[in-house]
Each structure stands twice: as structure tokens, then as C-alpha cells.
Ligand binder design. Structure first.
Ligand code: SAH
Length: 220
């Protein structure tokens, strides 16, 4: 079996045992998870574990999220093919790649220069042409590209940063892990005009969102 086929087999097993078996039912999300080569987004040393049921280190003290968490966040965003998406916390670029298969374009913001540079190259080489990467403090959102149909924050926030909330279009969905540095709950906000409907999903643990409207860097 070629290496590529071996990874593909592991990936399909991941979709069945980690996602479908746990109740994820959105076929478009499952299909995207079956397509994106997760191993390409992580350091070579970690590749043997690429399709395991856990988060993995990607350098700079950061992590790529567990496949189940990526899938559930994507499902909660309820994406359509015309949607314009904002992601805060590019990290490995894996989540952005998954989102890009289900939307028109993805704008993703990272604060760590080494990750921004590495990930921009990985995404380009892998052919994800509708993903645009940015190096900045994502707690400010991306005002020059707003509004967005969907916004995903993939780092733990003490609260949803107000500038980000303001960049959500009418009818838009926002998903973020909100809580303390050590434990959060995934929340979903659905904007309907001036109303922001809030619902709670699963408990989770993310690395902190650090920035003007996030946690402070010194206690990181
Ligand atoms: N979505 C990523 C996982 C990200 S881990 C993936 O698929 O791999 C969280 C990321 O958020 C880290 O890379 C961290 O550096 C970044 N981050 C933290 N605070 C940020 C901020 N204010 N703006 C942008 N990125 C931030």
C-alpha cells in the first residue's frame, strides 16, 4: 500500500469511529473530514499520530485540535457554499482547509509569525486557493473584510470579543470556546437582526486566545 493510500484508509476509519459513531450526521462535514489530508498540516515527527483521537502539538506551544472538535465546530457553523468565513487562530491550517471545502472563502488570522508563515505555505502547496491568511491580533477580527456569514474562534476566549461580534452578518453563526484558561464550553451564537441567540454545546479545552480583547500574554 502506498503511503497516500495508508493515510486515506486511516482517515476513513477516523470518520467512522471518531465522528459518525459519536453522532455527527452532517454528510457534507463528514465528506470534508474524509478529504482533507490532516497529516500534511502537522510536523513530520507527529505524522504517525495524525488520525488519532486527540489534539497534537504543532510547535510554538500550540496545538491542532482533535478531529472530533474540528468536525463539531464545523457542523455548528452550518455553512453554505456561498458563505464568507472568518477563522481566528489559524494554527496548523487544518481547520481552515476543512472550512474551505464547505464555503466560498475563508479568511484566517494567526498571531504567531512562525505558524502564519509555515501554514501559508502548506495551504498554498496543498491547493487551498480560497483560503487567505493574515498575521495580526485576531481579537480585533478582520474589519476590512467584514461582515462574515460565519465566524469560528479556535482559541479559548474569556468572552466573545466585541469587535468580532460586530463583524457577524445578519443571519450569521459564530462558534467559540468560552470560559477560563483551563476549561471552556463551546458556544454558538446565531444572529437574527438585533437578536443574538446563544446556545451551549460541548465542554472543551483550547489554548488561550491572546490579544487586546482576549487573555493577556504574560500569564500565558
Ligand atoms: N484552528 C487551528 C487550531 C488552533 S490552536 C488548527 O486547525 O490547527 C489556536 C491558535 O490560535 C494558535 O495557533 C494561537 O497562536 C492562535 N491565537 C491565539 N491568540 C490569537 C489571536 N489573538 N489572534 C490570532 N490567533 C491567535
Amino acid at each position: 500500500m502506498t503511503e497516500r493510500n495508508a493515510y486515506q484508509k486511516e482517515r476513513l476509519r477516523m470518520v467512522e469511529t471518531q465522528l459518525r459513531a459519536r453522532g455527527l450526521r452532517d454528510d457534507r462535514v463528514l465528506e470534508a473530514m474524509a478529504r482533507v489530508p490532516r497529516h500534511l498540516f502537522i510536523p513530520i515527527m507527529e505524522r504517525p499520530y495524525a488520525y488519532e483521537d486527540r489534539a497534537l502539538p504543532i510547535g510554538e506551544g500550540q496545538t491542532i485540535s482533535q478531529p472530533f472538535m474540528v468536525a463539531i465546530m464545523t457542523e455548528l457553523l452550518d455553512l453554505g457554499p456561498a458563505d464568507k468565513v472568518l477563522e481566528i487562530g489559524t494554527g496548523s491550517g487544518y481547520q481552515a482547509a476543512v472550512l474551505s471545502l464547505l464555503s466560498r472563502e475563508v479568511h484566517t488570522v494567526e498571531r504567531v509569525p512562525e505558524l502564519y508563515e509555515r501554514t501559508t505555505t502548506v495551504l498554498r502547496d496543498a491547493g487551498y486557493e480560497n483560503v487567505v491568511t493574515y498575521l495580526s491580533d485576531g481579537t480585533l477580527g478582520l474589519p476590512e473584510e467584514a461582515p462574515f456569514d460565519a465566524i469560528l474562534i479556535t482559541a479559548a476566549a474569556p468572552d466573545i470579543p466585541v469587535p468580532i461580534l460586530e463583524q457577524l452578518d445578519d443571519g450569521g453563526r459564530l462558534v467559540a470556546p468560552v470560559g477560563s484558561r483551563y476549561g471552556q464550553t463551546l458556544i454558538r451564537i446565531h444572529r437574527k437582526g438585533d437578536l443574538y441567540d446563544k446556545s451551549y454545546s460541548t465542554p472543551c479545552v483550547f489554548v488561550p486566545l491572546i490579544g487586546r480583547h482576549g487573555f493577556s500574554p504574560d500569564s500565558a
